[in-house]
Design a protein around this ligand. Structure first.
Ligand SMILES: *[C@@H]1O[C@H](CO)[C@@H](O)[C@H](O)[C@H]1NC(C)=O
Length: 192
């Protein structure tokens, strides 16, 4: 699995979960008259998510408005450390990152010419532009085989993530989740 794919699966698995002890919500502010993307149900298992490992992700929602290079993304990620939410800095596209052009991030899929088969099987696009459509990804297995050395901070623990899609000054899509991650392998793990 390439690095972009790993990053996307990690982000997805951090963003989404409906398991007990894990909470998620759509956080588009009520002041946004016309959201571009909304989520109605999301699931991930196992809980805690084990990395590396197989992660099962299901997503239902809607794209209401076409978007592409006109949106940017802001991700806030915190880890619960010694009783305090502590900001996780951006490192190799994971953490509290600003993606000025998220389309560029997804362009790795365009370059390789393929979407992840789990998405393709359900007619879901993985590159920009995205057009109005229903998002219906039944629970599907994604395998995270290796972790980039730059993501070594992604150790066992409780994480809180908010991902905001921004157009102009409006938050047109927003996802918030708190979840636990368990990393196996310890020092014997070979980083990819
Ligand atoms: C994921 O599941 C497949 C099929 O059961 C298995 O071969 C593979 O080893 C699993 N991957 C990990 C990282 O556990």
């Amino acid at each position: 699995m390439n690095s972009a794919m790993n990053a996307v699966v990690l982000l997805l698995s951090i963003f989404v979960s409906s398991e007990a002890a894990v909470t998620w919500r759509d956080c588009v502010p009520p002041t946004t008259a016309h959201p571009y993307v909304t989520f109605t149900s999301v699931s991930v298992s196992p809980s805690p998510v084990v990395i590396p490992g197989n992660i099962t992700i299901g997503v239902r929602g809607s794209v209401h408005h076409n978007f592409g290079k006109d949106v940017r993304m802001v991700v806030h990620m915190d880890k619960y450390l010694l009783g305090v939410w502590t900001k996780v800095p951006c490192n190799s596209n994971v953490g509290s990152c600003n993606y000025d052009n998220p389309c560029e991030f997804l362009s790795a899929f365009a370059t390789s010419g393929t979407c992840p088969p789990q998405l393709e099987a359900h007619g879901l696009p993985c590159t920009c532009p995205f057009n109005p459509s229903d998002i219906n990804l039944p629970p599907s297995v994604f395998e995270v085989k290796t972790i980039n050395a730059a993501w070594s901070w992604l150790a066992t623990g409780k994480f809180r993530v908010q991902a905001e899609m921004i157009h102009g000054h409006d938050i047109v899509g927003c996802f918030h989740v708190e979840m636990d991650i368990k990393r196996t392998g310890g020092h014997g793990f070979i980083f990819g």
